[in-house]
Every structure is written in C-alpha cells, then in structure tokens.
Design a protein around this ligand. Structure first.
Ligand SMILES: Nc1ncnc2c1ncn2[C@@H]1O[C@H](COP(=O)(O)OP(=O)(O)OP(=O)(O)O)[C@@H](O)[C@H]1O
Ligand SMILES: [Mg+2]
Length: 203
C-alpha cells in the first residue's frame, strides 16, 4: 500500500511539473519574442534569457521523466520499455537488443509501474555493474503470463553473497515488486559469466 501511494504521488508530481510548468515556460518565451527592442545590450540579454529558458524546459522534462516516465503514464508499459531501451542504448555505447512480441497489455497502471520499475533497475544494474557489451531483452506473452528476459554478457556476480550482505536496495526492490505482482523470478548469474533474469508475471 505504501508503495502504491508513493507511486501515485510521484505520478502527480511528474504530471504537475510537466503539464503545468512546461506550458508556462513556453508562454514566457513567447512573451520574450514579443519584445521589440533595437538596443544591442537588451538583445543580448534577451538571447541569453531565451537560452536559459530552453535549458530549464529540458531539465524539467528530464526530472519529471525520472520521477515518473511520461510515456508510461500516457502510452503504457510496452512503449515505455521500448523508449527507455533506446534511450539507454544511445547513451552507453553498448548494444541493447529488444525482441518484443507484446502489443497491448490489459493490466492496471499499478502493475505497469511495478513492472517498469523492476525492468529499469535490472537494466540500470547491467549498465552500472556488468561491464557488458551486449544486453538482450525478450518480451513475450505465454499462458496468460508476461515473460521478461533480460540477459547481459558482463561480469556476473555472487548473488548469495550480495543477498546475505543485505546490501543493494535495488535487488531487494526487484524481488519485492515481483512479489507484489505475484510473479516468479529466475536469476542466473555466475561471477565471470553474465547475468540473466527471467520474470514471469501473471496477467
Ligand atoms: N547485471 C549485473 N552484473 C554484475 N553485477 C551485478 C549486476 N546486477 C547487480 N550486480 C551486483 O549486485 C549488487 C547489488 O545490486 P543492487 O541493485 O541491489 O545494488 P546497487 O546497484 O549496488 O545499488 P542501488 O541499486 O541501491 O543503487 C551490485 O552492487 C553489483 O555488485
Ligand atoms: Mg542497483
């Protein structure tokens, strides 16, 4: 329940930032363009201010997307997964391949958010820790279950050790969210070889 409240609140904050402040910034920028001055100094200040506004708008989009991906709220899980996969592939110079056969999922927003967050954490971990050159993702539906496979060819890790040490909130959250979804998690990882997750989430 606590997690659900938190996500609802995150969604509200992200929407407020995106939907309320974004248009306001556009209005400010439009008003700047309406100013009619020939003064060189004024023109320079206007130019700088306009650039600052562009930066603020860009940061605003990034921050609200971080709090709650806009695409997830407006277009659903599959589009959000596709988008974040492309985004991360661009910025990290490693190959991320997505093989997806799921088109529309009839699941609640809450479920979508849990799935997205655990997907995001697995992907982030692979990028942050694995030192992999390739990540393969497979999304498919089978027997009323959503299957998500995420496999990296990186360094792997000792999962017992990591769990025993109680470190790593990320991994704990992945398991907790899978539990909330009544899903199954198969995690195969060996130090030196890669890491593979298989989630089976009832629809
Ligand atoms: N794909 C991976 N490849 C190699 N090591 C991994 C991978 N995923 C996780 N690990 C190891 O497992 C540890 C625990 O991961 P976890 O996500 O729980 O914590 P974290 O990423 O270190 O911190 P946090 O997620 O809280 O920011 C990591 O510190 C890392 O050593
Ligand atoms: Mg992590």
């Amino acid at each position: 329940m606590e997690v659900e409240l938190l996500e609802t609140e995150r969604g509200r904050i992200a929407s407020d930032l995106h939907d309320d402040l974004g248009p306001l910034l556009s209005v400010i920028k439009m008003n700047l363009h309406l100013l009619d001055t020939k003064d060189k100094n004024d023109l320079m200040i206007l130019g700088k201010t306009s650039t600052h506004i562009d930066h603020i708008a860009k940061r605003l989009r990034e921050i609200s997307n971080n709090i709650m991906p806009y695409t997830l709220q407006k277009k659903g899980l599959v589009t959000a997964i596709t988008e974040i996969t492309e985004l991360l592939a661009e910025g990290n110079g490693l190959s991320i391949k997505l093989d997806n056969s799921v088109t529309d999922l009839a699941i609640t927003k809450e479920k979508e958010i849990h799935i997205f967050r655990l997907f995001q954490e697995v992907l982030n971990n692979a990028i942050k820790h694995a030192n992999a050159s390739e990540i393969k993702i497979h999304l498919y539906e089978e027997k009323k279950e959503l299957n998500i496979l995420i496999k990296d060819n990186g360094c792997g890790f000792d999962k017992e050790k990591v769990m025993d040490q109680g470190k790593g909130l990320g991994l704990q959250n992945i398991l907790r969210r899978a539990g909330i979804l009544k899903g199954k998690v198969y995690l195969e990882t060996v130090p030196g070889s890669g890491t593979e997750y298989h989630f089976r989430i009832p629809l």
